[in-house]
Design a protein around this ligand. Structure first.
Ligand code: NAD
Ligand code: UDP
Length: 319
C-alpha cells in the first residue's frame, strides 16, 4: 500500500474492457483510488464486478464523447472498441470516440494539471513496409478504408496529445500497443486469439482469414499492463510514443496450430475464410525504446499466456 503522499487518484477510461479491467485491478492492488469510466459498448460490468464494494474503486457509466468532470491525479485513456468487427460496426462513432474522447480527456487533464496516457496502437503503422516497426516509422495507412475509422482516429488522437503538450504544456504519455491477449476477452470479441480458442474448444473449424501467412506478435496482458504503468511513471520529459508488445512473431497459421494443440482438441480443422480489406501482412514491434526508457520487456511466452487464457474461456463457455 503506498503512503498517503504516493497514493494517487486515477481515472481509467475503458476500464470495464479487457485491458482496462486488468489495469484497474493492478492500480487498486497497488493502493490507489481508481475511477473506472466506461459506456459498456464492448466492455462488461462483470469484468469489474469483483471491485464493486471496494472502498477505493468507483464505476461511472459514461460515454467519453461527452465531457466529464472528476478530480484525479492521472488519466489512462483506453476507451475505444479495439476489435475490427466492433470498431467497424459503427465507424463514425469509433472515430468520434478516439477524437472527441481524446479532446474531452485532454481538456480534463488540462483543467486538473494532471498526467494523461493514451492507449494508441500498432495500427498507426497500417500495413507496414518497415519491419519490425520502430516508433520513428510514420506508417502506411489507408485513409478511406474500413479500418480507417480506427487507424486514423488513433493517429488523430496522437496528434491531439502532442499538440496539447506543445500548445498547453500538458504532461502526456503515448503507448503504441501491439496485439495483446488474455483472460477477460469476450468470447464474441472477434479477435484472432479469442476466435481460435473458442472455435477449438467447441471443436468447430478454425477460421484462417486468407492463407494464414500474415504475422502478428502477441503480448500477454500482464506484461502489457506492467508496461503501461511503467510508462506513466517515467519522468515528464519522456512522452513517447513507445511501442509495447511482444517481439516474438508468429504467422496466424502457426497460432492456430498452437492453440489446437494446447486445447487438446485435434478435431478442429483449419478452414480458409476471406481476408479482411487492408489486413496488415506483418506486424512486429521494435521494443528497444521501451527497453531503454522503461526497463521493460515482455516476460510471458506465447504458450505460457495461452494456457491461462484457454482455462478462462473453458470456464466462460461452461457457465
Ligand atoms: P475492449 O473493447 O475490451 O475495451 C475497450 C473499452 O472501451 C470497452 O470497455 C468499451 O465499452 C469502452 N468504450 C468504447 N467506446 C467508449 C466510449 N465512447 N465511452 C466510454 N467507453 C467506451 O478493448 P481492449 O483490447 O481492452 O482495448 C483497450 C484500449 O487499448 C483501446 O483503446 C484499444 O484501441 C487499445 N489497444 C488494444 C490492443 C489489444 O490488442 N488489446 C492493441 C492496440 C491498442
Ligand atoms: N484472423 C483470422 N481469423 C479470425 C480472426 C482474425 O485469421 O478468426 C486474422 C486477421 O485477418 C489478422 C490477424 O488474425 O490477420 C489478427 O486479427 P485481429 O482481429 O486479432 O487483430 P488485428 O488485425 O487488428 O491485428
Amino acid at each position: 500500500m503506498p503512503s498517503r503522499d504516493s497514493r494517487q487518484r486515477i481515472l481509467v477510461t475503458g476500464g470495464a474492457g479487457f485491458l482496462g479491467s486488468h489495469l484497474v485491478d493492478r492500480l487498486v492492488a497497488a493502493g490507489h483510488d481508481v475511477i473506472c469510466v466506461d459506456n459498456l459498448f464492448t466492455g462488461a460490468a462483470s469484468n469489474v464486478d469483483h471491485l464493486r464494494d471496494h472502498p477505493r474503486f468507483r464505476f461511472i457509466r459514461h460515454d467519453v464523447t461527452i465531457p466529464l468532470s472528476v478530480e484525479v491525479d492521472q488519466i489512462y485513456n483506453l476507451a475505444c472498441p479495439a476489435s475490427p468487427i466492433h470498431y467497424q460496426r459503427d465507424p463514425v462513432e469509433t472515430t468520434r470516440t478516439s477524437v472527441i474522447g481524446a479532446i474531452n480527456m485532454l481538456e480534463l487533464a488540462r483543467r486538473l494539471g494532471c498526467k494523461i496516457l493514451q492507449a494508441s496502437t500498432s495500427e498507426v503503422y497500417g500495413d507496414p513496409e518497415a519491419h519490425p516497426q520502430p516508433e520513428g516509422y510514420w506508417g502506411r495507412v489507408n485513409p478511406i478504408g474500413p479500418r480507417s475509422c480506427y487507424d486514423e482516429g488513433k493517429r488523430c488522437a496522437e496528434t491531439l496529445f502532442f499538440d496539447y503538450r506543445r500548445q498547453h504544456g500538458l504532461a502526456i504519455k503515448v503507448a503504441r500497443i501491439f496485439n495483446t491477449y488474455g483472460p477477460r476477452m469476450q468470447p464474441n470479441d472477434g479477435r484472432v486469439v479469442s476466435n481460435f480458442i473458442v472455435q477449438s474448444l467447441a471443436g468447430d473449424p478454425i477460421t484462417l482469414y486468407g492463407d494464414g501467412s500474415q504475422t502478428r506478435s502477441f503480448c500477454y496482458v500482464d506484461d502489457l499492463v506492467d508496461g503501461l504503468i511503467r510508462l506513466m511513471e517515467t519522468p515528464d520529459d519522456f512522452v513517447g510514443p513507445v511501442n509495447l508488445g511482444n517481439p516474438a512473431e508468429f504467422t496466424i497459421r502457426e497460432l492456430a496450430m498452437r492453440i489446437v494443440s494446447l486445447t487438446g482438441n485435434s478435431g478442429s480443422r483449419l478452414v480458409s475464410a476471406t481476408l479482411p480489406v487492408d489486413d496488415p501482412r506483418q506486424r512486429c514491434p521494435d521494443i528497444s525504446l521501451a527497453q531503454a526508457k522503461l526497463d521493460w520487456r515482455p516476460r510471458v511466452a506465447l504458450e505460457d499466456g495461452l494456457m491461462p487464457t484457454i482455462a478462462y474461456f473453458r470456464d466462460v463457455l461452461r457457465a
